[in-house]
Every structure is written in structure tokens, then in C-alpha cells.
Design a protein around this ligand. Structure first.
Ligand code: GLY
Length: 434
């Protein structure tokens, strides 16, 4: 453990320098402050992951896998089958911890938990293949350069591409979505989270030389920019299309407070998604969108001072009404969502590399301040608690009355990713291999 008081002072100084300097100058700031902060958190992550592995490994041989996802009310590990949307994050966390520590024991486990997911390369039942395969096999390939993993990723992209209808111009997220109003079922719902899955497609075009995947990703992104992003740069969670006419037939929420509200994790997915899309396309309209989305989040008057958002930016406000079937009607207090904070922190570090001063400094400062909050005891769990997930206080879905104020494996994933990005930026290293 580092000496907390000293580091807090140094951190304050670091943030002050970040706030009054350009993006370029930030890179020459004293390196030891971020290094010590990242070291403390990454070493802690290694400890927590090994404790979690001891638990998870007992169920490793379950035929469909038993992938850590959250904790129950008693703090015991809850796992899901690999066919849910989150299996890739646990191996992803192992890969990030290995990337930092070079601990071969973590690598061995990362390989085991990744390779068990190979059958998913042919899975086509929902859109989450990007999350599933890019967070697991994507990191595996990045860190091992094993050509077999590249093939698995390209095959996964082929499977994801089957959900793209060129007439609609979007990848179908779920096979159906029942409105919280109880009056409709939609059969071509596209959710904002889907932007994250495009990273797999961009990768697959670069890896295979086939432009098909990239073209699908760009078409989907353009459609999302048109139909899913509001004029004030907040997002609709679900946009439903009619397949015959390809027209929008619904704009609703699944996991947010109300149809016209802004679900915090959805906004985070969109900031991350459009930033990543700009990385691959260098199309300025995607950068403009990413900045607008980021500014909406950063400047939101309902964002608490510690920068960890409530699960929706509009909870309980006049003019925002949950559907009659939604649990969001009843839930108090306004819970925080650490997962949205971690995703945004990671995204803003990348985005800060694409914008000039003073915005670059502002994005970095905001991201680092968020990471600092997440590393405080209020959010960072102690060993042998929280099912040995690192972060507490995330929300899965309040409307579904599911996973409320719990750890979530993807909150940890983006926290670790952001820490590694922060270290690279402080060391003036590139975030991505060319
Ligand atoms: N992608 C599902 C969620 O963010 O809950």
C-alpha cells in the first residue's frame, strides 16, 4: 500500500497541473504520481482477481461456463453462462492484470477462461459478440499475437454481421423488446450499447482485409448518430425499426428511468463507442458526436461532485415518466452507477488524444478525478468482500429490478482499462498499436 496522504497531495498537484495545461504538456508531467496510483490499484486488482479465481475455478468445467458477473446479497459470487453478454469481461480483467504484472499465473488463467469461449465464434442470437469476444480474445490476441485468436475474432465478426440488415442499416440488438408501457413488442430493437460491438467489426476488417465488416460498422454508426443521439447529445437507449419500411417506429428505454431520460451507462457506451469509431474512421462527424456526448456528461448539473453518476441523469424530474411496467417508478434512493463512471473514464482518456487544448486537458482531468473517486474506500472494495470484485455500487437494470447497487464485472474491466490508459498517457506512450 502506498502512503495515502502523500499521494493524495501529489494527486491534487497533478490534477491542478492537468487543469491548467494543454493536452500536449500534460504528457511531460511528473510520471511517478500516476505510476504510484496505477501501481496501487493494479496490484490490488491482481490480489482480488486471484481470490475471485479461487471461487470461479470451482465451476470452471460447467458445460456453458460460469463466468463471474456480480455478487448476491450475502456477498457471494454470481456467475452467468457464456451465452449471456458479459463472459468476456472476466478473462479481460485477467488479461489487463497480466498486462500490468506479467504474472504468468494470471496469463495461464486468462488463456483458460478465454479459450473456453471459442464456441461463441458461431453465436448469432444477440448482438453482444463484440463485448464477448473482443474483451476476451481481442485482449488475448493483442498480448500474445496468436494467429488462431485472430481467426476466431474474424469468425465472430462474421457471426455478428448476420444480424445486420442492409435495408435498415443497423445491427439488430435483441430479437424482440417488450415496451415498459405494455402496449407493444418491437422486433428490430437497436440499443445504444451496440456501438461497443463495432470494435470487433473494425478489427476484423483490418485483420482479414475484407472491408465488409468495416462498412457494416460505419453504416450502423451513421444510423445511430442520426436516430439514437438527441440534439442536446444525450441518447435514446432503444431505437426500434420497422423492417419493411426501415423507418423508426419507437424510441424508448429498457434500462433507463424514462423513454426521454438519459440512462447513465447508455451515455457512457455512446461516448466510448463514438470515440472508438473515430479511432478507426478518422471521420470528423464521429469526433464531433463523441465530444458532444462527453460534454453532456461532464457538464451535467445532476452529476455528483465525486463524478460517479446516478444510474440515470433524469431520475424523478418533472417531464420524465417511467412506463407502467417499469420498476423505475418505485425505486429510491437514486443509486450511483460506478460502471458508467469507469466506462466514461476510459473513453475520455482516449478522446483526450483526439482533441486540442484546452479540451484535452479537461477530459484527462475529469477522467483522472473519476478514477481517484473510484479508488476511494467508498467505491473500492476490501479483500474478501464484494465477491472480490474491485468496485462496488453499480447498477445492472433498475427497471428490471435486477442487480441494484452491486459489483459488476464490467465496471472492473473498464476501471482496469482506464488505469492502463492513464499510465500510458503519463508515460507518453501510444494507447493503441499502429
Ligand atoms: N449492455 C447491457 C448493459 O449495459 O447493461
Amino acid at each position: 500500500m502506498y502512503q495515502k496522504k502523500k499521494i493524495t497531495f501529489a494527486f491534487g498537484l497533478f490534477l491542478l497541473l492537468l487543469s491548467c495545461t494543454s493536452g500536449k504538456q500534460v504528457q511531460s508531467l511528473p510520471q511517478d504520481v500516476p505510476d504510484r496510483f496505477v501501481k496501487d490499484n493494479m496490484e490490488y486488482a491482481g490480489v482480488m482477481l486471484k481470490l475471485q479465481l479461487a471461487d470461479a475455478n470451482q465451476k470452471f468445467s460447467t458445460p456453458q461456463g460460469a463466468y463471474p458477473r456480480t455478487a448476491d446479497k450475502k456477498g457471494k459470487l454470481v456467475t452467468t453462462s457464456m451465452y449471456d453478454w458479459t463472459p468476456g469481461f472476466f478473462p479481460g480483467n485477467l488479461w489487463y492484470a497480466y498486462e500490468y504484472s506479467k504474472d504468468e499465473a494470471l496469463k495461464k488463467e486468462a488463456l483458460r477462461w478465454t479459450e473456453k469461449m471459442e464456441p461463441l465464434k458461431n453465436f448469432t442470437e444477440h448482438h453482444d459478440l463484440g463485448f464477448m469476444m473482443y474483451c476476451s480474445y481481442g485482449n488475448a490476441y493483442r498480448l500474445t499475437h496468436n494467429a488462431a485468436y485472430k481467426e476466431i475474432l474474424v469468425q465472430s465478426a462474421r457471426s455478428l454481421a448476420t444480424r445486420f440488415d442492409p435495408k435498415v442499416g443497423s445491427i439488430k440488438s435483441w430479437n424482440r423488446f417488450a415496451s415498459w408501457h405494455g402496449d407493444k413488442t418491437y422486433y428490430y430493437p437497436v440499443i445504444v450499447d451496440n456501438l461497443m460491438n463495432l470494435e470487433l467489426l473494425f478489427f476484423a476488417s483490418e485483420a482479414s482485409g475484407d472491408p465488409l465488416f468495416k462498412n457494416i460498422a460505419i453504416t450502423h454508426a451513421l444510423n445511430a448518430m442520426k436516430n439514437q443521439v438527441r440534439p442536446d447529445y444525450s441518447i435514446y437507449h432503444v431505437v426500434a425499426y420497422d423492417t419493411a419500411s426501415s423507418r423508426v417506429v419507437g424510441r424508448e428505454t429498457a434500462q433507463g428511468y424514462a423513454d426521454n431520460s438519459t440512462w447513465a451507462r447508455g451515455q457512457a457506451w455512446a461516448i466510448y463507442g463514438f470515440t472508438m469509431i473515430y479511432r478507426f474512421t478518422k471521420d470528423p462527424q464521429f469526433l464531433k458526436t463523441a465530444e458532444g456526448l462527453a460534454d453532456y456528461y461532464i457538464n451535467n448539473k445532476n452529476l455528483p461532485a465525486d463524478k460517479i453518476p446516478y444510474w440515470d441523469f433524469n431520475i424523478g424530474q418533472p417531464g420524465y415518466t417511467p412506463g407502467v411496467k417499469s420498476n423505475a417508478r418505485n425505486v429510491k434512493p437514486p443509486y450511483r452507477d460506478a460502471s458508467a463512471a469507469a466506462i466514461t473514464a476510459s473513453a475520455l482518456l482516449e478522446l483526450s488524444g483526439y482533441v486540442p487544448a484546452p479540451k484535452a486537458g479537461q477530459y484527462r482531468q475529469f477522467s483522472v478525478a473519476t478514477l481517484q473517486s473510484l479508488a476511494e474506500p467508498q467505491y473500492r472494495a476490501k479483500e474478501h468482500t464484494n465477491a472480490n470484485f474491485i468496485l462496488m455500487h453499480s447498477v445492472g437494470s433498475i427497471p428490471h429490478n435486477n442487480e441494484i447497487d452491486v459489483p459488476l464485472v464490467y465496471a472492473d474491466y473498464y476501471f482496469l482499462e482506464a488505469l492502463l490508459r492513464y499510465r500510458k498517457i503519463a508515460r507518453n506512450e501510444k494507447l493503441f498499436e499502429e
